[in-house]
Design a protein around this ligand. Structure first.
Ligand SMILES: C[S@@+](CC[C@H](N)C(=O)[O-])C[C@H]1O[C@@H](n2cnc3c(N)ncnc32)[C@H](O)[C@@H]1O
Length: 163
């Protein structure tokens, strides 16, 4: 079986588990300080750092690339009132995100390199442990810059030193 398909299936299983496992929620709270169904390593301090950079004005738009089930965005929305956008290629993840966060939100199943947004849409873009999946990293970062407003902020969680 192709490696990409195996990865996809693994993420489908992961988000199916995350949607119903109380033990996993408890693990995330213990390990990271908040349950965002982390498959990455974002803890509450990192998210607090993002909040410090969200502009203090109305009508903020935040995008999470590889948003999983949207819990991180839901937290940011609770704190800022932002309109939240997320995409992820996992159908299970996006199904849960749509169920959990119905207000001022736009969650879509989408693939890095294929999905697109209008230019200058976002005040804040986050990509936690997800940029590795870009087929062409430079091209994708260029696309993200185009999606952001001129004074937008881009937060990247990336393990490894080769970015
Ligand atoms: C390591 S997880 C990080 C998830 C989340 N951002 C976090 O911090 O917990 C990577 C995420 O990217 C998604 N993903 C993987 N490849 C993708 C692709 N080609 N396009 C869109 N999403 C992808 C996975 O479904 C998963 O939710």
């Amino acid at each position: 079986m192709e490696k990409e398909l195996l990865f996809y299936q693994a993420y489908e299983k992961f988000y199916e588990m995350a949607a119903c496992s109380e033990a996993f929620g408890a693990f995330c709270r213990d390990a990271f300080g908040e349950d965002f169904s982390q498959d990455g390593f974002s803890d509450i301090n990192q998210i607090q750092m993002i909040l410090d950079y969200v502009p203090e004005r109305k009508d903020i738009h935040i995008l999470d690339i590889g948003c999983g089930n949207g819990k991180m965005l839901g937290y940011l929305q609770k704190k800022t009132g932002a309109f939240i956008y997320g995409f992820d290629y996992s159908e299970n993840a996006i199904t849960t995100a749509k169920q959990l966060f119905r207000t001022r939100s736009d969650f879509v199943q989408g693939i890095i390199g294929e999905i697109n947004y209008p230019a200058e849409t976002f005040d804040v873009v986050i990509a936690m442990d997800t940029l590795y999946f870009a087929p062409d990293l430079s091209e994708f970062v260029g696309q993200i810059m185009n999606w952001m407003k001129k004074d937008g902020v881009f937060f990247v969680g990336y393990q490894g030193a080769d970015i």
